[in-house]
Design a protein around this ligand. Sequence first.
Ligand SMILES: NC(=O)c1ccc[n+]([C@@H]2O[C@H](COP(=O)([O-])OP(=O)(O)OC[C@H]3O[C@@H](n4cnc5c(N)ncnc54)[C@H](OP(=O)(O)O)[C@@H]3O)[C@@H](O)[C@H]2O)c1
Length: 309
Amino acid sequence: MTNITNSSLPAKAWVVTGPTSGIGRSTALQLTGHGTVVLVGRDARKLAKVQAKVKADGGHALPVVADFSDVASVRRAAAEISALKLPIAGVLNNAGIMPLAPAQSAQGWDLAFATNHVGPFAFTEALIPYLADGTNVVFIASAVEDSERKIAAAAGFRGSRYISAEASARGEWKSDGSTHAGADAYATSKQGNLATVFALSREIPRLRFRAVEPGVNPGSNLVREMNAAIRLLSKAISPIAPLIPYYSSPKRAARVITDVLTDPSNATGVYYNENGKPMQASKQVSDPEYSDRYVAETRALLATVAPMA
Ligand SMILES: NC(=O)c1ccc[n+]([C@@H]2O[C@H](COP(=O)([O-])OP(=O)(O)OC[C@H]3O[C@@H](n4cnc5c(N)ncnc54)[C@H](OP(=O)(O)O)[C@@H]3O)[C@@H](O)[C@H]2O)c1
């Protein structure tokens, strides 16, 4: 990784996870005009390509390799980033997956829960001591966590099926869930992003925690495990997606996310929709007792992983 001397410090730096595809890639490119972009992803070659694109656009980016499904890897990446002593103005937790078949992480936990919630949570907690007051910490959430969201229900989601963090790690979800493969794991893990934003905004008032629902983005790569017909359909509708209610494109979602990430106001604990307007989360995760429990149980789960040597 490139080393920066203090004399060449940029005015601002932005940490973006999952910058190699879809929404994260578009956001990393849009942040180019705002300062140095720290690109955090699992594939060094893909990171180098995005870094080259940022450079070609006249910006500056640094790659940091991290696998968000692996707690040890994200802790190492957070230590690497904090050692750079960059003036971090914002952290975007965007990396995510929607696996169709259950799989396990390095810690033996459900892969979707580990990648979408536990990894970003551990990454954020490891960075917090190094973040200046007023830093924006943004999570890309998903409204499929809400069982009352009609468009999500029509797509087969039944909302978060959270029992406990330990049960989620074992890949166990509340009964009467979705009949669609991977839907319960995805919805439950993405609710973890909102629980994090709501609980940490109360716990750490010196930082600002925000969440964005980016809209349905058929133009991203999230559906990579779906069958060819769905992938083809996604590609076909992606050019007109921003015209459809609740839908968006990575470019448009990136504009909303960039606005939220660079917004200097004191707004914290706010959840924004695909148009950048505040929106309501599920009743469940809006209950402070529930989001505090989700976070406390996540910390207890993380405490079972040996700290970095
Ligand atoms: N697309 C939608 O309709 C939609 C709706 C609501 C919320 N979201 C959320 O938006 C976020 C971005 O998704 P997207 O739609 O842009 O999907 P995408 O095109 O598949 O991009 C996902 C990004 O996450 C990275 N990633 C996946 N697993 C990782 C891991 N273990 N370690 C490090 N990086 C990892 C990917 O890296 P590689 O390039 O190496 O695979 C890629 O850069 C996700 O959090 C998703 O849940 C998406």
